[in-house]
Design a protein around this ligand. Structure first.
Ligand code: KG4
Ligand code: ZN
Length: 348
């Protein structure tokens, strides 16, 4: 099945064409440079730029796959969660294209997309596996038992891990996006120089990043500008250690026998339930996270699957990959479909 997919949930305008697990084209037009001066994504700016870019990005994806829209079997699109204005640009474009060509539409959950990135070539991974998704908007432990759904075993109670990197970088006077900037500044720094709180509730697999961020705010204030500048590498290394430490600790807890449960689950965690561990989202590009996750998996005797970075960060190929396992909605049943923003109660 040949699919055209569109993804505009945050600040990347993305389109891709896939044939089964094969990626024929994967176009990402990043707006990061536009948002840099604000130190984060400005929703209204993102929506306007999606509108300017989306048609060209779709055309580039079709051309890159050496195909025409007539040859596509269905159109997949991210329906949520994300920034509502940004999502609506992609959803409206997909609906208009699908309706004009009388094609079916496949609305996709963005987080299912991150999990489904693992089903793509070059090395497709089959469930059951445990996927840690850490990006600028989301931090979650997704238990994938089949190709079409996942169970959220834990998620962030406040900020996402990538958001903590971005806010920390801003406090330390580093650039945006903050993750790569902190990773770079941390080289040569002492990760033990400063102690940051690592939120480790006794029970449960949820994450929290507001405490570590607040600790950095006070530390920078107490050190003053000159000392902050002088100790920047140590601050970046210690802060990175705290963020990654919590991700790895919760991953370990989720994989370990008899992990305590914060809330009732439809399935208990059983030792040996997951055949592999996967990482997704922009934070999965972090070398310290990759290294520590690899060490943990080696210790537990589990394979660690690392998809290429371009499939970790937001992209439309992962949306097409998820769409393969969802039911297509025939024309015109999708015309009144709405998007659902982050934090909303999901439409059925
Ligand atoms: O998945 P993504 O591209 O977009 C979202 O869905 O948010 O993730 C972007 C996030 C940003 O917060 C960025 O700072 C973080 O991923 N990031 C990193 C690294 N590269 C990107 N965080 C830590 N280390 C990195 N090397
Ligand atoms: Zn994402």
């Amino acid at each position: 099945m040949k699919l055209l997919a569109i993804e505009t949930s945050c600040d990347d305008t993305c389109a891709a064409v896939t044939a089964g697990p094969r990626v024929l084209s994967n176009v990402v037009s990043s707006q990061a440079a536009l948002h840099e001066e604000f130190g984060g994504v400005v929703p209204e700016v993102a929506s306007r730029h999606h509108l300017e870019l989306v048609n060209a990005v779709v055309a580039a994806a079709l051309k890159g796959a050496d195909t025409e829209i007539e040859e596509v079997d269905a159109i997949a699109v991210t329906r949520g969660p994300g920034l509502i204005g940004a999502l609506l640009v992609g959803l409206s474009t997909a609906k208009a294209l699908a309706a004009a060509h009388r094609k079916p539409l496949i609305p996709v959950d963005h987080l299912q997309g991150h999990v489904a990135a693992n089903f793509l070539e070059p090395e497709p991974l089959d469930p059951p596996f445990l996927c840690l998704v850490a990006s600028g908007g989301h931090t979650l432990l997704a238990g994938a038992r089949d190709h079409s759904s996942f169970e959220t075993l834990g998620s962030t109670l406040d900020d996402a891990a990538g958001e903590a990197f971005d806010k920390g970088a801003r406090l330390l006077g580093l650039g945006y996006p903050g993750g790569p900037a902190i990773e770079c500044a941390a080289r040569g720094g002492d990760p033990e120089a400063f102690e940051f709180p690592v939120a480790m509730s006794e029970r449960g697999l949820d994450f929290s990043y507001s405490g570590v961020k607040t600790a950095l705010v006070y530390l920078v204030r107490d050190l003053g500008p000159e000392e902050t500048e002088r100790r920047r590498a140590d601050l970046a290394a210690s802060y990175q250690r705290a963020i990654v430490g919590q991700l790895v600790a919760k991953l370990e807890r989720a994989l370990s026998e008899g992990a305590p449960q914060a809330k009732p689950r439809s399935h208990p965690i059983n030792e040996g339930e997951w055949r592999a561990v996967a990482l997704g989202g922009g934070v999965a590009a972090n070398a310290e996270l990759r290294g520590r996750a690899a060490a943990l998996c080696e210790e537990l005797g589990l394979p660690l699957k690392l998809v290429p970075i371009e499939l970790c960060t937001d992209n439309a190929a992962m949306i097409a990959s998820a769409a393969r396992f969802q039911g297509p909605i025939p024309y015109p049943d999708y015309l009144d479909f709405d998007a659902f923003p982050t934090g909303s109660v999901r439409a059925a």
